[in-house]
Design a binder for this molecule. Structure first.
Ligand SMILES: Cc1cc2nc3c(=O)[nH]c(=O)nc-3n(C[C@H](O)[C@H](O)[C@H](O)COP(=O)(O)O)c2cc1C
Length: 164
């Protein structure tokens, strides 16, 4: 799929088929994450792919609006070393992975990481080093049912030439 087509195909999915996402597909998705733009090329990220159902359930239970992690074939936990730009870097990697997943027929839904009260518990659950931050949890799976797309602001309402 072309990059721009994948951007359009990507959308939040919270209902997943039971079938797992092959390891090779998950590797391609994470590979897209590691290629993201990153301040000073620090690449502070680590990607923990959780496929085990018990571990996924444990992650899901920690979140408030991410219970569907338990139903996805895998969950990519995006963590970053606490650099100055860890949040921007981690978010860039997460978005890369969402688009790459869509290009491969896999959908996801970003589940909040940084700023949430459960962040420390998630970090502990995945065995993250002490100086790392949780950026996002990205459940990955094959969409179980088509869902209405979130409305998007029109180009002419967000695009400003030269000045706001
Ligand atoms: C930083 C961030 C945090 C989010 N956290 C959650 C979350 O905890 N649970 C959830 O169901 N969706 C979460 N979302 C998904 C958004 O609700 C979704 O992206 C938005 O409604 C736009 O829909 P779209 O992704 O289909 O374009 C999050 C998205 C972002 C970017």
């Amino acid at each position: 799929m072309e990059a721009l087509e994948a951007l359009v195909a990507r959308h939040a999915t919270r209902w997943f088929q039971a079938r797992p996402v092959p390891r090779a597909v998950l590797e391609k998705i994470v590979d897209a994450g590691r290629l993201a733009a990153t301040a000073r090329n620090e690449q502070p990220w680590e990607f923990i792919v959780v496929t085990d159902p018990t571990r996924r359930r444990a992650l899901a239970d920690l979140t408030d609006f991410g219970k569907f992690i338990a139903e996805a074939g895998a969950c990519v936990v995006v963590i970053c070393r606490a650099t100055t730009y860890y949040l921007e870097d981690g978010a860039a990697a997460a978005q890369n992975m969402l688009v790459a997943a869509a290009a491969l027929g896999v959908q996801s839904c970003w589940v909040s990481g940084d700023k949430r009260p459960y962040a420390a518990a998630v970090l502990a659950t995945v065995g993250a080093p002490a100086d790392h931050k949780l950026v996002a949890l990205l459940p990955m799976g094959y969409e179980a049912q088509a869902v209405p797309r979130a409305p998007k602001r029109a180009l002419e309402s967000v695009l400003h030439w030269e000045q706001f």
